[in-house]
Structure formats: structure tokens, C-alpha cells
Design a protein around this ligand. Structure first.
Ligand code: NAD
Ligand code: MG
Length: 392
């Protein structure tokens, strides 16, 4: 049977890699809908190649531009725009699977709606779980939605956990070990940190990714967000989550068992592997990833993370332990700080202080409803923005 897919954020790094895998298996997959926020040209190209029923842009002007482009090329794709249209393409009865590849909390409403509609969700948008972990997992369970982790670490863990994943302790799981590359500044002299530029920060040694997650990797906030993601996905208590730095990004993560065994998943760092794993389940399908060449691997090394170098990792760990709506505030403040850094408004070393300051504010809002979370997210963004302005 052909599987019909919606890709939220198709113009991004994960979205493009997903389409690359899909194109290798035309007999398996059909694209029902695509979405892109700003890159109308790229979205147009994707529509011409994959002929989806719908394409969604951010606003009406972009939609009009895309419509004209597609009509001239004789492409029948219907163009919609705005946040409700994202929810519509994520929940439409015609789509089986939803690739959640929007960046940031902006991905939450359509991803949560897909969960409520009982879809199979290929989850790249980790911010959804950071912001709304409890609500999202509960919603998915109630609706019978299937969540498959695309994030490489979580995909690795998913592959090496026992099949009955809900109850870690009854399966002899001692802990989950997330590997982290440490990003581009793992061995940079700390005295040089204040002068780090956006161009340096987005240049990741092993992975090609969007700008926001690249900065998160450089601060290691990414690993912090991933700890929270693992906590919710696998029902793993904070004290059973470990992080280890592994600069080569070959071991994508590990599970430690009571008998002393440690199971790992390895591969060339290429997101098409976890994407193909999720899309192909229960079968393994070709992804286009280069095979891992053991003879050319120099060494696989491991070291402990240093919170002085990576204060964001500690802030995220604390937010996970605090629970409730605190991770939502952490995420919102981080999104504001990273955007300000990428715009040249604050320094690299200001990112953690912006997040810390925002976490210290009294920000309320229920974490059990989308409305409460969005209110909390908005209040945290205001507090973080005020602080950024004071720093500037
Ligand atoms: P990206 O910046 O390359 O792409 C983001 C996509 O989201 C684009 O299609 C963009 O048009 C869309 N978008 C941006 N803002 C939006 C908004 N406000 N509303 C609607 N759409 C919007 O990002 P990416 O690197 O592909 O990452 C996407 C998600 O996947 C992130 O949550 C990231 O943490 C996660 N992820 C990425 C990688 C990776 O290798 N790139 C790995 C693991 C997890
Ligand atoms: Mg990851």
C-alpha cells in the first residue's frame, strides 16, 4: 500500500532529507502536503517534483506568489497559508503519516493536532516535547497516535531498547546514554568564547543542519533539549539519563542494561538514516547514506561534558528536574536568545544568561493545555526579549 505523507517544514534540512528518502521509494510513498515558511522558490521546486495535493506558506502574499508560479508550470497543487492550514494538512483524513520538521515551538500546534487525530508522527521537532511533553504524550496515547523519533539520538535509543519500551525498569534498562558531538567549540579556549560569530557557531563539524539547531549544538542546549525529549519519549526519569561527549558522531546513543551490557546504534552522521528507519518500519529501506567505513575511522573517543563550557546544558538539566511548565520557559527563552545572537544583537556568551534570567522570572500558565502553554511561551518570550534589549 502506498503511504500518504504530510511534511511540515519541507523546505528545511530535515524536510529536504525526508523528500530525498521519499524520492528513492516512489512505490511506497505519496506526498499529500508540504509546508514552508519563507522559501517559496524551494517550496515551488518541491511541488513540481512531488505534486502534492496541498502546499502551505506563511502568509497570503507568499501563497499568491507560489500559486502563480505553480499555475504557470501546470502544477495542480492547491496553495493555502497560515497556522490553521498547517493543522489542516496535519490532520486531514487522506494523510497517514506526518513528518514534524518545523523548527521551534511554532511546530507545536500542528504536531499536537496530528497526535490528537491519531496520526503516525515522525518527530523531528524536539521543541514540541520540550514545551508540552506531558500533554503531547497523553494526547498521543489517548488517540492511539504512534510517535517515532527522528532525532538521531532518540532514533538510536529506540532501535536498541527492548520492544516493550514503556517500562524501562522491568526490561532491565539501567540508563539511557545520549551522545553529543560537543559542537564546534569543544576545545576552543574559553577566553575566545565572547567573540564567537554566528558564522562560526553554525558551522557544525559533523552535521548539516538548520541554523537554530546548529547554534543549540554549539551551546549544547541541543543536548539539554534532547534530555527532556528522551525523558518524555521513553518515560525515563532524569536520574537515568546520561550524556557523554563523542566528537565523531558515529555512536548515535546507547542503552545501558542491568547485566552490564551496553547496546549502541552506529552509522555515518546523516539524518536520512533515522528518517528512513521511521518511514520504513517495520522494514529497513535504503536511505542514500554512505556506509560507515570502519577502516577509515581514526578513533572513537568519549569524554564528560563540562558545565562551565556549556552552561545551557546545566540549565536544561535543571529545567527537566523542575518539570511542569519550566521546560516551556527554557525553550522560549532559548529561541529568543539564539535569534538575537544570529542577528548580531547579543554575544554567544549572552545566550545562557538570557535563558537563566528568564527562568528566574515568575511566569505562569497551565502546562496541561495548549492555551496555557502558549501563554507561558509568550510571557517567556517577552521577558527574554526585554533582557536582550537591556544587554544590547
Ligand atoms: P530548518 O531551519 O532547516 O527548517 C525549518 C523548517 O521549518 C523550514 O521548512 C521552515 O520553513 C519551517 N519554519 C520555520 N519557522 C516556521 C514557523 N514559524 N511556522 C511554520 N514553519 C516554520 O531546521 P531543521 O534543521 O530542519 O530542523 C527542524 C527540526 O528538526 C528542529 O526542531 C530541529 O531541532 C529538529 N532536528 C533537526 C536535525 C537536523 O539534522 N537538521 C536533527 C535532529 C532534529
Ligand atoms: Mg539530535
Amino acid at each position: 500500500m502506498t503511504q500518504s505523507l504530510t511534511i511540515l517544514g519541507s523546505t528545511g534540512s530535515i524536510g529536504s532529507s525526508t523528500l530525498d528518502v521519499v524520492a528513492r521509494h516512489p512505490e511506497r510513498f505519496r506526498i499529500f502536503a508540504l509546508s514552508g515558511h519563507r522559501q517559496t522558490d524551494k517550496l515551488a521546486e518541491q511541488c513540481l517534483s512531488f505534486r502534492p495535493q496541498y502546499a502551505v506558506t506563511a502568509d497570503a502574499a507568499q501563497a499568491a506568489e507560489l500559486r502563480t508560479h505553480l499555475a504557470a508550470a501546470g502544477c495542480p497543487t492547491e496553495v493555502l497559508h497560515g497556522a490553521q492550514a498547517l493543522i489542516d494538512i496535519a490532520t486531514a483524513p487522506e494523510t497517514h503519516g506526518v513528518m514534524a520538521a518545523i523548527v521551534g515551538a511554532a511546530g507545536l500546534p500542528p504536531t499536537l493536532a496530528a497526535a490528537r487525530a491519531g496520526k503516525t508522527i515522525y518527530l523531528a521537532n524536539k521543541e514540541t516535547l520540550v514545551v508540552s511533553g506531558s500533554l503531547f504524550m497523553q494526547t498521543a496515547e489517548q488517540a492511539g497516535a504512534h510517535i517515532l523519533p527522528v532525532d538521531s539520538e532518540h532514533n538510536a535509543i529506540y532501535q536498541v531498547l527492548p520492544p516493550n519500551k514503556g517500562y524501562l525498569k522491568h526490561n532491565g534498562v539501567e540508563s539511557i546514554i545520549l551522545t553529543a558531538s560537543g559542537g564546534p567549540f569543544l576545545h576552543t579556549n574559553l577566553a575566545h568564547f565572547p567573540a564567537i560569530t554566528p558564522a562560526q557557531a553554525v558551522k557544525h563539524p559533523n552535521w548539516q543542519m538548520g541554523r537554530k539547531i546548529s547554534v543549540d549544538s554549539a551551546t549544547m542546549m541541543n543536548k539539554g533539549l534532547e534530555l527532556i525529549e528522551a525523558h518524555w519519549l521513553f518515560g525515563c526519569p532524569p536520574e537515568k539519563l546520561e550524556t557523554v561527549i563523542h566528537p565523531q558522531s558515529v555512536v548515535h546513543s546507547m542503552v545501558r542494561y542491568t547485566d552490564g551490557s551496553v547496546l549502541a546504534q552506529l552509522g555515518t552522521p546523516d539524518m536520512r538514516t533515522p528518517i528512513a528507519y521511521c518511514l520504513g518500519l517495520p522494514e529497513r529501506i535504503a536511505s542514500g547514506t554512505a556506509p560507515l567505513d570502519f577502516a577509515s575511522l581514526a578513533a572513537l573517543t568519549f569524554e564528560a561534558p563540562d558545565y562551565r563550557r556549556f552552561p545551557c546544558l546545566e540549565l536544561a538539566y535543571q529545567a527537566m528536574q523542575a518539570g511542569g511548565g519550566v521546560p516551556c520557559v527554557l525553550n522560549a527563552a532559548n529561541e529568543i536568545a539564539v535569534a538575537a545572537f544570529l542577528d548580531g544583537r547579543i554575544r554567544f556568551t549572552d545566550i545562557a544568561p538570557v535563558v537563566r534570567h528568564t527562568l528566574e522570572q515568575d511566569i505562569s500558565g497551565s502546562h496541561q493545555s495548549l492555551e496555557g502553554l502558549l501563554a507561558r511561551d509568550a510571557a517567556a518570550r517577552r521577558a527574554a526579549t526585554d533582557y536582550v534589549e537591556r544587554l544590547g
